[in-house]
Design a protein around this ligand. Structure first.
Ligand code: G3P
Length: 200
């Protein structure tokens, strides 16, 4: 069990945005734009192709870490899935391969959600999409999309029948995303947050 959690953390630790920026553009994306090693900042500072690739790889880290557990362990419980989900998200945020300074965990969390609660993941994505289209704030979409996760499970919107552990996990994911977006929240309040599509 401990080994699978460590492996999930190591998988999350693959710093896609940092390595992509260094290899293909010769820069550290963390020194540009919002300073975040994620898909939005890669799109902002490195371009569309980088943004899409980082998004896909970061998503797959979360998705595969949880799915792989099911393939290799026959007696896996739902709790281990959730713990591995948390481990891969924490790896993305605090990557051992990039001085523990990674992204905010949105794409990787989405991968974990699709692997564990696909319908709730769809609900989160729809909330994210509506907010981003309406406001152009990716950060606000990420926070409110994250909030939609525990709410959907609590109200059993998709017949997921999530137990208290899963609901607790969903609140923890939302809390992590909110904490990681604390600077975005200050900027949203000041009216200085970056809008989607705006270069910095
Ligand atoms: O996925 C992170 C996003 O919600 C905000 O990114 O670079 O604008 O802080 P950024």
């Amino acid at each position: 069990m401990i080994l699978s959690i460590i492996l999930a953390y190591l998988m999350g630790s693959i710093p896609t945005a940092v390595w992509y920026g260094r290899i293909f553009h010769g820069i550290d994306v963390r020194e540009h734009g919002s300073g975040n090693a994620g898909a939005t900042n890669s799109l902002r500072t490195l371009g569309k192709k980088a943004g899409i690739i980082v998004l896909i790889v970061d998503f797959l880290k979360g998705f595969l870490a949880v799915k792989a557990a099911g393939l290799f362990m026959s007696d896996i419980t739902q709790y281990l899935y959730l713990l591995m989900g948390l481990a891969v998200i924490m790896g993305h945020i605090f990557p051992i391969f990039a001085q523990f300074k990674g992204g905010k965990g949105v794409a990787t969390s989405m991968g974990v959600l699709v692997a564990t609660f696909p319908w709730a993941a769809l609900g989160c994505f729809l909330v994210f999409l509506v907010i981003v289209l309406a406001t152009k704030y990716v950060s606000l979409g990420s926070i409110l999309g994250g909030l939609a996760f525990p709410i959907q499970l609590m109200f059993n919107l998709w017949n997921d029948n999530a137990d208290n552990y899963a609901i607790g996990f969903a609140w923890v994911v939302f809390l992590i995303l909110t904490i990681m977006h604390r600077q975005n929240i200050s900027r949203l309040i000041n009216g200085t947050e970056n809008k989607f599509g705006a270069k910095k």
